[in-house]
Design a protein around this ligand. Structure first.
Ligand SMILES: *[C@@H]1O[C@H](CO)[C@@H](O)[C@H](O)[C@H]1NC(C)=O
Ligand SMILES: *[C@@H]1O[C@H](CO)[C@@H](O)[C@H](O)[C@H]1NC(C)=O
Length: 217
């Protein structure tokens, strides 16, 4: 079962913590999960957004992008588009990550189970903040994240079984099957100027790049 999904979420994050908003299947054995993780930093230093994708129980697909603005200063729109063609992570109108459906190359793609939306705020100053150098200043607690204009569109579960496979859902339409020229230019800009880590090019972890990486971006 798949449900198409567009989330619009404004957030405000506090220093030192990891703020996560994600979709996951809530099943451990064959976990599907799509993550936006905001890693805190020393005040004034860029926040890193780490994204990850678990498909059929396997994750380890981290990418990291340093944001070009202070996400704690104002609301921004963080979106996940999920359809049969690809999963796209957007920050405002900028695609920061595309995970294509590469089932033809034998790469698992999350589409067999529904996902829920979760948001969490947790302590991870042993690794997340400058690799663990920056510690949380607990005297600044409590910490908050703020949301507004949340929107989710997709097939509801339980719902009509044929919704998930319907090609007439708007999020499956031609305009949503691949990035358009403007989105592609923005995506390139992020990759060239803001991407600081990509598991696809981490030779120490993957001497041979995983198959989904060979398709290029
Ligand atoms: C924190 O800031 C430093 C210095 O600008 C940067 O190298 C790093 O990527 C930022 N993010 C994290 C999570 O450390
Ligand atoms: C923690 O925050 C408090 C209150 O803002 C401040 O006085 C203190 O210097 C901070 N501690 C560190 C180690 O930055």
């Amino acid at each position: 079962m798949i449900f198409g999904f567009l989330g619009f979420l404004g957030i405000n994050i506090c220093f030192g913590l990891v703020f996560v908003w994600q979709m996951n299947s809530n099943t451990d054995a064959v976990r599907d999960e799509v993550d936006f993780e905001f890693l805190g930093n020393r005040t004034g230093q860029p926040y890193t957004v780490q994204t990850n994708i678990y498909a059929h129980g396997k994750g380890n697909r981290e990418q990291r992008v340093n944001l070009w603005f202070d996400p704690a200063a104002d609301f921004h729109t963080y979106t996940i588009l999920w359809n049969h063609h690809h999963i796209v992570f957007y920050v405002d109108d900028v695609p920061i990550r595309v995970y294509k459906n590469n089932e033809a190359r034998g790469v698992p793609y999350p589409k067999l189970q529904p996902m829920g939306v979760f948001s969490t705020l947790w302590e991870a100053d042993d690794w997340a903040t400058r690799g663990g150098l920056e510690k949380i200043n607990w005297s600044k607690a409590p910490f908050f994240s703020y949301y507004k204009d949340f929107d989710i569109e997709g097939c509801s579960v339980p719902g009509p079984a044929n919704c998930a496979s319907s090609a007439t859902n708007w999020w499956e339409g031609t305009a949503y099957q691949a990035l358009n020229a403007l989105e592609y230019r923005r995506y390139r800009w992020v990759r060239i100027n803001h991407m600081i880590y990509d598991y696809c090019t981490d030779k120490s972890r993957y001497p041979v790049a995983p198959p989904e990486c060979l398709a290029g971006f």
